[in-house]
Write a protein that binds this ligand. Sequence first.
Ligand code: OAD
Length: 256
Amino acid sequence: MTNLSATLQALAARLPAARSVLVLTGAGISAESGLPTFRDAMSGMWSRFRPEDLATPEAFRHQPELVWRWYRWRRQLAAQAQPNPGHRALARLQPLLREVLIVTQNVDGLHQRAGSRDVLELHGSLLRDRCSGSGCTWVMACRDVPEPPICPVCGEKMRPAVIWFGEPLPEDALLRANEFAGQCDLCFSIGTSSQVYPAAEIAMIAARAGADIVEINPSATPLTPYAEFVINGPSGEMLPDLLRHHERITQSGVTL
Ligand code: OAD
């Protein structure tokens, strides 16, 4: 048996005893759906584009059409993409465990399309627009139009309802994620470089509170030294394998 397969089996054996499971995901879980990650050296978004030109409130103020076009392109990619076996395995695993919260940094909606419920979107969603006017809270389903639509309430430009660099995360979502992290006993970190805060802090809160950390990622990250289970591989293969091991264990009645 390879090390990887032994780790997956040990993790599958740990799952039935898990009381509360936090799953933190990032761009890597959608990579096998054809959506680019951000920091991968060759294919990552930030190797081709500068985040300060496209993903900040200042960029939208100075060049709203450019920012809008970039997000329109990303929306079209996300709409054409399908949930991959990793998203689907996670959605199938969710009801088999006691208490699960999925916290995603992704804005692509693929967890929900795969059938996952209770998904906390820390960085917002590509599928919605919100008004860019200060004090206006108008939100609506995104529209596939070439320029930012005008807010029907205040007349300012609409913008994608995602979190940009320099903006605070939704307070209620972050609070819920942090509270859950502080009391879970198993925490998965899947497809994230664990470099962007405050999202990266969530797994660290779980680690400090004594949860077992599981990392699923083909590459090491700053979280790796804290992980009990390091699963070095693509989530589109590792999560279906984990689900198969889990089903085998629960069907044979073997639990630890
Ligand atoms: P990153 O691009 O920083 O990291 C993606 C991670 O996924 C890397 O560690 C890869 O090794 C890993 N990865 C690649 N392919 C994978 C696969 N098939 N299976 C599992 N893992 C794989 O993306 P995030 O960590 O999500 O924020 O980035 C966090 C935030 O930074 C994003 O939400 C975005 C970005 O800038 C904003 O735009 C505000």
